[in-house]
Design a protein around this ligand. Sequence first.
Ligand code: APR
Length: 309
Amino acid sequence: MATHYLKERTLHPVYELAADLMIDFRSLSRPGDVSHRLPGASTKIQPLYGSTTLPAYHRDMEQALTWLREAQSICVLTGAGVSAESGIPTFRGEGGLWRRFRAEDLATPEAFATDPKISWEWYDWRRQVIAKAQPNPGHLALVELERRVPTFTLVTQNVDGLHHRAGSRNVIPVHGDIWTVRCLECAYSHKDERAPLPEIPPRCPAAAVLLRPGVVWFGESLPVEPWRAAEAAAGKCDLLLVAGTSAVVMPVGGLVGKARHAGARVIEINADQTRISNTVDLSLRGPFGDILPQLLSAVPIQHAQEIKD
Ligand code: APR
């Protein structure tokens, strides 16, 4: 059984204080409110090569290109950073959710049991933000990559459904889906994409008890079959692409070690340095929505195999 937990406390004391002040998110419930965007990210990140020198950057991109061309089986692991360019806040980056709210007050079974209304107000607000978002060039490039390689698996920590909306097929949402609601008592489980929800907290039409969001909370086990499939894909691929994740949340962050252990090459694409940047084969710095489309534009259309349709 694989339980969802944080590898290390990443919140700096100052942020804990801010979180303790419990900024009232209800005042933020206007989807598309600019403050939800990743403030400064587009200016702070030196698009395409961060602190790396241009020659070094070109060398790294060339290397990534060679490995992409050679790969027969690719596994991609995505995190909140891939959806950041669609206007969805990340968790730990600048303007991230866990810098404004306390995970233990909103995203644990205990928090939900203590105050389901607050927890649902928060999920309803996130659903409204996501409902306004569109897949970005990074999502679309992954759809194209899937068409070009014989074996492709997309393991995502994101619950926003944007990979599916972009057209990706072999997607494993290991942290669940924010658009699914489940009954706390009976087997009722349903896709409900209304944003905002007409009733907070929503109730089960069968059992008349509370519904919960279909996401994995901290301290909960990951769904067995999707997790097994994710582990198998990471353990069998010859190239693992780690995109837009801080890789601090386990057990998913451990897929990097699993792939490396099985002999795969690992390429990280991230706007910032992360916990794994010094352990992967290649770490490309910059917006995912810039870097993968660029790499793809240099991968031959006909990748020695029939394009999968
Ligand atoms: N392109 C590439 N990387 C980006 C971009 C971008 N445009 N914008 C931000 N990033 C990077 C950040 O530098 C950071 O390393 O994305 C990462 C986002 O990390 P987190 O906010 O920690 O999100 P994630 O890794 O997905 O969190 C994992 O934690 O809170 C739980 O269940 C939740 O699935 C989530 C899990």
